[in-house]
Design a protein around this ligand. Sequence first.
Ligand code: NAD
Length: 499
Amino acid sequence: MEEIGHYIDGTRVAGTSGRFADVLNPATGEVQAKVALATTDEVNDAVARAETAQREWAKVNPQRRARVIMKLGQLINDNMDKLAEAVSREHGKTLPDARGDVQRGLEVVEFCMGAPHMLKGEFTDSGGPGIDLYSMRQPLGVVAGITPFNFPAMIPLWKLAGAIVCGNAMILKPSERVPTTALMLAELCSEAGVPAGILQVVNGDKEAVDALLDNETIQAVAFVGSTPIAHYIYSRATANGKRAQCFGGAKNHLVIMPDADLDKAADALVGAGYGAAGERCMAISVAVPVGEETADRLVEKLVPRIEKLKVGPYTAGEDVDYGPVITGQARDRILGLIDSGVEQGADLLIDGRDFSLQGYEDGYFIGPSFFDRVTPEMDIYKEEVFGPVLSQVRAGSYEEALNLVMDNPYGNGTAIFTADGDTARDYAHRVNVGMVGVNFPIPVPLSYHTFGGWKKSGFGDLNQYGPDAFRFYTKTKTVTARWFSGIKDGGEFNFKAMD
Ligand code: NAD
């Protein structure tokens, strides 16, 4: 059985705790490796080594650091297929989707190549008589990245690229469900020229996370995961005086107006609802058609599309639409939520509960499920399902649809499908959600914008990637400088005898 350890000072090392977690093959349910779970001492040791390395890395000028990141971008491109395979092997998503996972991380690496521009400070000439002001952005020191299972390449890259290019060292604690990709990325960082100790990958669970949150050297914590854990990490990190950005779960709605192109809306809903088995924080889990007629027509368009979806392991080829969910526990939780939807009175138009795949009976596959007539009191609406389940909530009017989205405690992403620019503009302007799509179902902003949800989908005040990453991973120092009259005004240049 393969034992996966940590990456410390530029090399893979075995864990010493004697504690391990199973790394599963979600398509078969088999344990394919064991990942070491770090102790507090192992975490503290990794941080202390990073602290020493960071002092030198901070002195490297931004352009040289950017060149290392440029090389990292090239290496990720060269290793795209290997990385995607590692993502699929542990997560279970299809290979094209896994390539997208790597690609959306790579784009953030590409943005970080512009670090010298992002890091240059501000200057005020003559803020007072003979007084100039300038500000500089300096690295924080050692920071922590704690990431979820559902994007094994993208989210670690979102966290580490900005941290490193700004001159920090990062301790990355990836999800214990998918540890391999982060270790591969760490090796590529070393090959690109990131010095030993600047990216330490420590695998682990709550013990490792708590050690990071309590370690006094750690200056900032960048987290992505579920809302309860995001809130816990935000509270403990900030109580310990650290900077924190903690992104949580989601419940993303897509509003369909009566004038929308319903074929396009149905295609969008199927891709955004069931892609990656619904295990995306930007997945659309709620369709909100406006008007009974729109809802009925949408059902007619959706049902045949959903019934056609192909579910299978990533090894079955590129015509598979989505794979298994991550664990047996996740499968059972999702099946329980579907049961609750039926019990609480929603119409289950497509039932994926009894799905079984020959040869993969022990895998964590769930067929696509589609509920109509879901109401906001039902658990299937209130909970983040994080599975291949789409719920339709019928709204009587545009205002009712908008209020439904506004009243939901999550605020990660949302979209509206309409042919009317005025409605789209009103929706984008008024809705209290961080990322909005107009005729666009999964509005993950490009790397030079920024990503962050509102309400219970995000704690902290700076988003991840884009210009905000440079603000998060640096602190600003402002210098006010005055020089008294100098040699040009009163200096004497002639050779004088001593009096
Ligand atoms: P999770 O919260 O279970 O785990 C995330 C990380 O926290 C992991 O590294 C895990 O080891 C650690 N962790 C788990 N329990 C902990 C505890 N009690 N104390 C300390 N650390 C703990 O999330 P997950 O299941 O890996 O990921 C799925 C969730 O992430 C979903 O809710 C999804 O919406 C969310 N997500 C959000 C975004 C976003 O940008 N908003 C992006 C991707 C995923």
